[in-house]
Design a protein around this ligand. Structure first.
Ligand SMILES: *Cc1c(COP(=O)(O)O)cnc(C)c1O
Length: 404
């Protein structure tokens, strides 16, 4: 039996089968390339689902993490650590948020954001002498994705993911993304928050329309509804700014981040503005054993610092027109592609219904290019932020060949 077959057999025998994995076992990475256990080389345009912003084998990240493991990997949140203090200051600096809580994953950041919004509304009712047992309502978007925990699933607008797990959290209503009237129609006096991705990821790489996001922000201001912006996938430089909402000139009340935040080490975060920080969670309301532990926090410090030093968001901004032009050429020349859409290094090619995105991803993988799908019909590209023109050329050549 070959090396890959052995790993596959052991995995399938012991792991709960919730992923249909590709028959490839990766061994290590270098630059923007991945190598499997058979020695095959792949150009990476998926980044471990938007995580590996710096590609692979970065010496500075390696050094920082090794150094942290040597001194202190974990201590509880009952104590202060320098990495945690530094991570919080850096996160607030790049996001413009006032206070932050670190989590272990994206879904957990969403759960924390939802709890924060509920507590804010609860205190508001209490102050006004209103019934605090009234159900807080949250407006989420159709075709959104916010994670797999019971809380994050409750605001995920995808029936297929939700249905087997009812009843989920009460009080969630779904509006159509980029349809302001549909959001307005769901607002009641009990609405405490509106949650959305700035660029829908799993839902098919759909950026928010500028008017839509601005109108939702205005609505939230007028009615003191909290705007929760999920930038777990589109944040951390991928849009060409540190956070995609910065391209729209708005600021959320609550921001969620994860994926690329820890340069591959699991860490998420939710940040809140001053108004929310001062009127929501207090000691005893929330916590996490691992959240923001020294290793994860050091990873976030390293990730944010080197992203700033190397001006990676700017690099994305500069290379985006070239990337988009190359993808547009594919879209224009292939009858199998309906359109290209996206922002920065978060791009999708929308395929004709008869072409399955999963099949395209599989064919590309066999040709040495790692990509992703979104929905059933979108080829999703999330390359490491450090790619250069030559990498775009190579990837686009392979994509053009496979899509035809
Ligand atoms: C991946 C993702 C999540 C969930 O993050 P996990 O770390 O997998 O829990 C939430 N929201 C968005 C937009 C995501 O892309």
């Amino acid at each position: 039996m070959g090396k890959t077959a052995k790993i596959m057999e052991k995995s399938e025998k012991n792991l709960l089968h919730v992923y249909n994995r590709f028959p490839v076992a990766f061994d290590y990475g270098k630059g923007v390339y991945l190598y499997d256990v058979e020695g095959n080389k792949y150009l990476d345009f998926a980044s471990g689902i938007g995580v590996n912003a710096f590609g692979y084998g970065d010496k500075e990240i390696e050094k920082a993490l090794k150094d942290q493991v040597k001194s202190l990997t974990h201590i509880s949140n009952l104590f202060y650590t320098k990495p945690l203090a530094d991570a919080a200051a850096l996160f607030n600096e790049i996001s413009g948020m006032d206070k932050v809580f670190f989590t272990n994953s994206g879904a957990e950041a969403i759960d924390g954001a939802l709890k924060t919004a509920k507590k804010y509304a609860y205190l508001k009712r209490q102050k006004a002498g209103k019934d605090t047992s009234a159900p807080e309502e949250i407006i989420a978007m159709n075709s959104s994705f916010h994670g797999r925990t019971v809380g994050s699933l409750a605001v995920t607008g995808n029936d297929h993911y939700r249905e087997p797990f009812y009843p989920l959290m009460d009080g969630v209503k779904f509006a159509d993304f980029n349809d302001f009237a549909s959001v307005q129609s769901l607002v009641t006096e009990n609405t405490c928050a509106i949650i959305m991705e700035t660029i829908q990821g799993e839902g098919g790489i759909i950026p928010a329309d500028k008017d839509f996001l601005l109108n939702v922000r205005k609505l939230c201001d007028e009615k003191d509804i909290l705007l929760i912006v999920d930038e777990i996938q589109c944040g951390m430089g991928r849009s060409g700014k540190f956070f995609a909402f910065q391209k729209y000139g708005i600021q959320p009340d609550i921001l969620t981040s994860a994926k690329a935040l820890g340069a591959g080490v699991p860490i998420g975060a939710f940040g809140v503005n001053k108004k929310v920080a001062e009127n929501s969670l207090v000691p005893g309301d929330h916590g996490s054993t691992f959240g923001g532990n020294p290793l994860a926090a050091r990873a976030a410090v390293t990730s944010i610092s080197i992203m700033k030093e190397r001006k990676l968001p700017q690099h994305v901004e500069e290379l985006t027109p070239y990337f988009e032009k190359k993808l547009d050429e594919i879209a224009d020349s292939s009858s199998n592609v309906i359109e290209r859409r996206g922002m920065g290094f978060m791009q999708g090619l929308v395929l004709k219904d008869s072409v399955k995105a999963g099949g395209v991803v599989n064919k590309l993988l066999m040709k040495g290019l790692v990509t992703l799908s979104a929905e059933h019909n979108v080829l999703r590209l999330l390359p490491p932020l450090v790619i250069e023109k030559k990498d775009i050329d190579k990837a686009c050549k392979l994509i053009a060949k496979v899509i035809k």
